[in-house]
Ligand binder design. Structure first.
Ligand SMILES: [Zn+2]
Length: 601
């Protein structure tokens, strides 16, 4: 058996069976597991049912009791989402659904023990199940339970949902936990089940900003979809700093899937899986639990997506051609179930999908959605770092952490005697050679990378004010030219800078340090005759211990007012997504107000 993710599958996986005509059929396991075997994957964890105690981490006792009743007597009256339709009752449904959940929980435990780096349950990913309701072919939310298992050990979890449907159950079950970030890419709820997953669903309270949704229009195609994944996942992973990655790799985004319309290819879906693997190694200590998900072209598409997902975790390229024996074995069934002819390769040939399956308007719309998601949910420093070439977060390469920075040691959690004071001053490159950047001052989560970005910013002419305490940089305020549409086009907004970072290390907060830094920054802007604009969104928060959203907004308003900035109207598309977003501006004495705001704030 080749090295690769621990494969979770056993006889009980086949019992999750809504009946012969239901789209989520256990028939998918035949061709799927056989193709996995052909690329070297052998089942290594045989799932058994999760206990009721485990299910109760996220599901209500009443709901579990209802599922047990249907399990014993499928003829009961419909309730809790179970009945005729998406989630029909079947004998043994509790054991079947609890087995999928048990597989995901046990897989996560193998990862947490360090037995394996990666694990993969192709029959998992039942992401629609809610606390007290079955939904969208899902009874118990195995993938949300795997996340809950990691949370019980105190790990911070990044969840990436690549299924064509919104990962609504996983989002809802962790909506108020700032230690779980969910990112879902899906066909818009305007055209597809479950009808949710809009950008404005961002998490609540202290967790505001940790629920991320990228809704895409039908026919957006593989290039737009992959561009969205690349534009959103790596930057958010860098900002959030997860300890473990969980991902759902539904195959239903594919152009041949009968239930949805994004027109993806196995080539794009496989590349997204490899990107998730890179994120796990870069940010999650290699810890990665992947599941399957939807997928209703169960001969032509699902087996290839399962194999490509496993191969991504095995760090192996896919073979070019599907094994001839595998195709010979399954082409009869494929034809019988109207899912033929079988393709020749793992990755789709050019021309799949055809031009008619992709809409330029949908692709254009996807770009706008990605820009909105980034503006409200990716910290400004990371967005501007990418725009101005200070650092890339596109996931195309594994960015090694920089080594030659003195930020490796942790500073004291609280300032000691004589250390409580910090001096506020303009920062130079020489300062960064002699100072340690304290954790959680500015994005990203890794202070070594923060130091590297600061260095590149100052070299590029950005204005940086720091708060220095001993050998620690415990506060930063940073301004850089506001860009109309990216520096490559050379159209910085004349005479206008944007505030790209303002942060103070935990032990030094609530002492007026941020106000003093922002005032010093404004004084320097006045001296240079440049305006300053500051946009505050849900992205700007301490990833470890964030304040409630309303409190963050109040702090931003108070800081802006204290430094002489004036509140300005937030562009409507931003405030629609993030009602707590705030914009403030400051013009140097004697200059005119702006006529319009740059779109890239
Ligand atoms: Zn890996």
């Amino acid at each position: 058996m080749a090295d690769g993710p621990l494969l979770v599958f056993g006889p009980k996986s086949l019992t999750y069976d809504f009946g012969p005509r239901h789209p989520l059929s256990p028939r998918r396991f035949g061709p799927g597991i056989e193709l996995l075997r052909a690329v070297g994957a052998e089942p290594g964890l045989t799932p058994e049912p999760a206990t009721d105690d485990e299910l109760e981490w996220l599901h209500s006792p009443d709901y579990i009791a209802a599922v047990r009743r249907f399990s014993a007597d499928p003829g009961g009256p419909p309730m809790a989402g179970i009945g005729p339709g998406d989630d029909p009752a079947f004998a043994g449904m509790h054991e079947a659904a609890a087995t999928v959940a048990g597989g995901s929980i046990r897989a996560m435990e193998a990862i947490l023990r360090g037995d394996v780096e990666h694990a993969y349950q192709p029959g998992g990913g039942l992401h629609h199940a809610m606390r007290s309701r079955a939904s969208g072919f899902c009874i118990y939310n195995d993938v949300a339970l795997a996340i809950a298992r990691a949370r019980r050990d105190g790990l911070r979890v990044l969840y990436i949902d690549l299924d064509v449907h919104h990962g609504d159950g996983v989002q809802a079950l962790h909506y108020s936990d700032p230690g779980v970030m969910t990112i879902s890419f899906h066909e818009s709820g305007r055209s597809l089940f479950p009808g949710t997953g809009f950008v404005g669903e961002m998490g609540e309270g202290t967790a505001a900003g940790t629920s991320v949704n990228v809704p895409l229009e039908p026919l957006c195609g593989p290039e737009s979809w992959l561009a969205a994944v690349r534009a959103v996942v790596p930057a958010l992973a860098a900002a959030f700093g997860p300890d473990v990655i969980v991902s759902q790799h539904g195959a239903d985004g594919h152009v041949w899937d009968p239930l949805a319309h994004l027109s993806l290819t196995t080539t794009a879906i496989g590349e997204a899986a490899r990107l998730v693997d890179r994120m796990a190694h870069r940010y999650g200590g290699g810890r990665w639990f992947a599941t399957g998900g939807g997928g209703y072209s169960i001969y032509r598409v699902v087996p290839r997506v399962w194999a490509l997902t496993w191969l991504a975790g095995a760090h192996r390229e896919a073979p070019r051609l599907l094994p001839a024996e595998w195709r010979a074995c399954w082409e009869g069934d494929a034809a019988r179930w109207d899912d033929a002819p079988l393709p020749e390769g793992f990755e789709d040939a050019p021309g799949v999908p055809s031009d008619r399956s992709i809409s330029a308007a949908a692709a254009e719309r996807a770009e706008k959605t990605v820009l909105l998601v980034r503006t409200v949910l990716v910290p400004a420093l990371l967005r501007v770092a990418e725009l101005r070439g200070w650092r890339r977060f596109d996931g195309s390469v594994t960015n090694p952490p920089p080594s030659a920075t003195p930020a490796g040691e942790a500073p004291p959690a609280r300032p000691g005697e004589g250390q409580a004071e910090s001096a506020v001053r303009l920062l130079t490159l020489a300062d960064l050679d002699s100072l340690f950047v304290a954790p959680r001052v500015i994005a990203p989560a890794d202070p070594a990378v923060a130091a590297q970005i600061l260095r590149a910013a100052i070299r590029d002419g950005a204005v940086a004010v720091g708060a220095v305490s001993g050998e620690w940089l415990v506060g930063v305020a940073l301004a850089a030219p506001a860009s109309a549409s990216g520096p490559d086009k050379g159209d910085d907004v004349v005479g206008v800078d944007q505030l790209v970072a303002l942060g103070v290390a935990p032990g030094w907060r609530r002492r007026g340090v941020a106000t003093a830094m922002l005032r010093a920054l404004v004084a320097e802007q006045n001296r240079r005759g440049r305006a300053l604009i500051a946009l505050h969104t849900a992205a700007e928060r301490d990833p470890i211990d964030p304040l409630p959203r309303a409190r963050r907004r109040e702090v931003a308003e108070r800081l802006a007012a204290g430094a002489g900035l004036t509140a300005a109207p937030v562009p409507p598309h931003l405030s629609a997504a993030d009602p707590d977003a705030r914009l403030a501006v400051r013009f140097p004495p004697g200059t005119q107000a702006l006529s319009g705001l740059p779109p890239e704030i």
